[in-house]
Ligand binder design. Structure first.
Ligand code: DON
Length: 327
């Protein structure tokens, strides 16, 4: 069990009107994280990710009232990896609606993100859309009626639209690196195919999956893309609806309960907001009604979630008195 961060205790957390200004809080958190020597371990099972400098740290907040505040390496793109699963889930729900839940569950797995153990007992239905097996089924759903190239393009354009930024790209070297070493994901996809829970060839669903995981974004771009989740499903800048308010709540519920795999309970306990991590070291955090947050520190903890990213969000949430459980 990771140590809880020292500072301030919940009953000592500032009241909202005493909270520091957000730009000061971000700068303080970034300065403190820069000093840390124990930064976790960069993922190496995708060789291309192992090349990233573990000293990087970035953080960004985009508030519903339109402020974009950043600190550290917030403009450097990194591999968003599993954070992309929030956006593919959103797209797939838009395509097939609640029928999606016949093929993917809504329960935390309590297992690592790439585990295969539950699939046999549960007839090839993954526990949730954020573990790898669940996200591969979502990729299969997004393939319906498309070539892989078109499905990948649709995902990328959706994320560019959400972030209002057409410069966001897929890092082809990361996608190729993952495909070359993705033996577990091939095993998961083949296993689900044997249960009839993939409608396309495993290599096609995996092609979509590897490419959306390889999307590269900065903290600023990621926090921008998450705005609709902090604002009841609407882009706060334009007022345009991305999803219904109910769907935004439900995606947030999935992030809270499943967004950090077998570390989801600990993240909810320590940070108290919905979050989604990726093995590239990023985390997207949502403060409903207030702000979309993104943090990046490449070193991971034992559950494969950003070590300093989790600590930074824990500190920021305490400083700002942000929690979905706050009265
Ligand atoms: O399939 C994989 O293993 C990666 N593309 C994504 C895993 C991931 O990001 C888990 N997150 N913490």
């Amino acid at each position: 069990m990771p140590e809880l961060e020292q500072a301030p205790k919940l009953d000592q957390a500032p009241k909202l009107d005493q909270a520091p200004k957000l730009d000061q809080a971000l700068a303080e958190v970034a300065a403190e994280m820069a000093e840390r020597s124990d930064r976790g371990d960069v993922a190496t099972y995708i060789p291309q990710l192992g090349k990233v400098d573990p000293r990087k740290f970035g953080i960004a907040a985009v508030t519903n009232d339109g402020r974009v505040l950043v600190a550290g390496d917030a403009d450097q793109p990194f591999s968003i990896q599993s954070i992309s699963k929030v956006f593919t889930l959103t797209l797939a729900l838009g395509n097939v609606g609640d029928a999606l839940w016949k093929r993917v569950g809504r329960e935390p797995s309590g297992n690592p993100f790439n585990s295969i153990v539950q699939l046999e007992h549960e007839n090839g239905i993954p526990r949730n859309p954020f573990i790898n097996a669940g996200a591969i089924v979502i990729s299969d759903i997004l393939l319906a009626g498309h070539q892989p190239r078109e499905a990948i393009g649709e995902i990328l354009r959706f994320i560019q639209f959400l972030a209002d930024d057409e410069t966001i790209i897929i890092d082809r070297e990361v996608a190729a690196s993952e495909r070359a070493t993705g033996y577990r994901n091939f095993a998961l996809a083949n296993y689900m195919k044997s249960f009839g829970n993939l409608h396309h060839a495993p290599e096609l669903a995996l092609g979509v999956y590897f490419h959306h995981c390889a999307i590269a974004m900065s903290c600023r771009q990621l926090a921008m893309a998450g705005r609709f989740l902090a604002n009841g499903g609407k882009n706060p800048a334009t007022g345009h609806s991305v999803v219904s308010a109910e769907r935004a709540r439900r995606i947030g519920a999935m992030m809270l309960t499943c967004g950090h795999y077998d570390g989801s309970g600990d993240f909810a306990f320590r940070v108290g907001i919905p979050g989604k991590s990726g093995v590239g070291g990023g985390i997207l955090g949502i403060v409903p009604g207030v702000a979309s947050l993104a943090v990046w520190s490449p070193g991971l903890n034992a559950n494969g979630n950003s070590k300093l990213g989790s600590i930074a969000l824990e500190k920021l949430a305490r400083m700002m008195n942000w929690s979905i459980f706050a009265p």
